[in-house]
Design a protein around this ligand. Structure first.
Ligand SMILES: Cc1cc2nc3c(=O)[nH]c(=O)nc-3n(C[C@H](O)[C@H](O)[C@H](O)COP(=O)(O)OP(=O)(O)OC[C@H]3O[C@@H](n4cnc5c(N)ncnc54)[C@H](O)[C@@H]3O)c2cc1C
Length: 397
């Protein structure tokens, strides 16, 4: 957004509570690599120029990538400046920060979709003998007490951490709710390549049937690894990770799991195959069939006949619970009346009902790819155009 505002000659400042790329510096685990290939993280006027376009950046590489962009575009960033309150003021907004006050005619909320790790309400009932932590606190398995680990949540974060913790020699139980399965490589190309070129990533928010639902869909089960590994539930259970259903409750020291594991997996397989059908259709229409490998389908997800519906948390088998149950934004500092009753910002493709206030970085904000690094550019182009027009034609008071 800063780059797009500069291109339009709009005077602006970027307030950042930490350093540039703060989330990647402070909120991610050590082994994490981007699950999007190098070629895919494009920002306005900036793209990957190295010799490994299909590789996956480590965290240090991601931090360098974003920090370098800030320098290349000469972004006017005020680091170590935390916004503590945003309110409406005459003809604009008033921002209180821990380094002084700012007034502005327009504000873009780009504080991220993943500020706080979500934890289910039943976390309060975990017996005191068990350690609990979130992915934001997890750095590597050495942090964990010896013994079994229950990982709750099987989307991108949960599957990666279950895999890593299992490889550290601990017994891992993975509680699986709704999830989106995908092969890393399909017909010889990365799944992200297919989603980009077939147009899936470009689908617009105003063209999907149920945008509220689309915005709540969990992340795809993907990992970025040098081996281009597909890390799905079959891969995990094949190495010994125990699969159980969605965590429904913790009562009297027992974790209770839903009986829907088989259905959840069948639904996820069905949705994956629908995505692959879309890709196959597009490949055929685009004349790619002779250039890429033939269509194929993964084996259905294996689920044991009677997965356990309960786990005694007092038995000593589980020493740690890791909540990989998603993230949410933090709007505790936002005092402009734009939140709905669920605490989400009301917006139309990033344009909030409060004139001059914009939102970025949310899932399916304007396009399916909006919450990816690669999605920011197109959204910023659109929203900066709206913002420029707002500044030249402010509403009459
Ligand atoms: C575990 C994980 C893995 C991911 N992997 C990928 C991936 O592989 N590929 C990909 O494309 N995307 C990935 N994403 C999504 C990724 O977070 C987004 O693509 C991208 O970071 C969004 O950028 P952003 O600037 O909107 O948000 P963020 O990167 O979260 O940046 C928000 C910034 O706002 C600052 N901030 C917040 N509140 C305040 C405040 N009150 N005052 C001042 N500053 C504030 C934060 O410090 C932060 O620097 C991942 C997300 C997570 C959580």
């Amino acid at each position: 957004m800063s780059r797009c505002l500069s291109e339009r000659g709009i005077d602006h400042v970027v307030l950042e509570r930490g350093e540039v790329a703060n989330s990647w510096r402070t909120e991610r685990w050590d082994s994490l690599r981007l699950l999007t290939p190098n070629w895919q993280s494009r920002l306005p006027g900036y793209a990957y120029e190295g010799d490994d376009p299909d590789g996956f950046r480590t965290m240090p590489e991601t931090i360098v990538f974003i920090s370098r962009y800030a320098r290349v575009i000469d972004a006017p960033v005020e680091t170590h400046t935390r916004v503590t309150s945003l309110t409406r003021a005459d003809a604009g907004y008033f921002l209180a920060t821990d380094r002084g006050e700012w007034r502005s005619r327009s504000v873009v909320l780009a504080t991220g979709a993943c500020n706080i790790a979500r934890v289910p309400a039943c976390a309060d009932r975990v017996p005191a003998t068990i350690d609990t932590l979130t992915p934001m606190q997890f750095r590597n398995p050495d942090q964990l007490a010896p013994g079994g680990v229950l990982v709750v949540g099987a989307s991108a974060t949960g599957i990666q951490l279950a895999h890593e913790i299992h490889r550290s020699g601990r017994r891992v139980t993975l509680s699986v709710g709704e999830h989106i399965r995908a092969p890393r490589v399909y017909r010889g190309k990365d799944i992200q390549w297919w989603m980009e070129h077939s147009g899936v990533h470009h689908e617009r928010y105003d063209a999907v049937d149920d945008i509220a639902r689309a915005r709540g869909v969990p992340s795809m089960q993907l990992v970025g690894s040098p081996e281009r590994m597909t890390l799905d539930l079959n891969a995990l259970s094949g190495t010994g990770v125990k699969l159980v259903g969605r965590l429904a409750e913790i009562r009297d020291g027992r974790a209770l799991f839903s009986g829907s594991l088989r259905n959840q997996c069948a639904l996820s397989d069905l949705k994956m195959n629908r995505l692959l059908d879309t890709i196959d259709q597009w490949a055929a229409q685009s004349g790619l069939d002779s250039e890429v490998e033939p269509p194929s389908r993964l084996e259905a997800t294996h689920v044991e006949d009677a997965p356990p519906l309960g786990l005694d948390l007092a038995s000593g088998e589980i020493k740690t619970i890791l909540w990989a149950t998603g993230y949410r934004p933090d709007y505790s500092w936002l005092h402009v009346p734009v939140l709905d009753r669920k605490g989400h910002i009301r917006h139309d493709g990033g344009i909030t009902p409060s004139p001059g206030l914009y939102l970025m970085g949310m899932q399916f904000l304007r396009r399916r790819k909006s919450a990816l690094i690669d999605g920011a550019g197109d959204d910023a182009r659109d929203l900066s155009a709206h913002l420029a027009s707002y500044l030249s034609h402010p509403p009459q008071h």
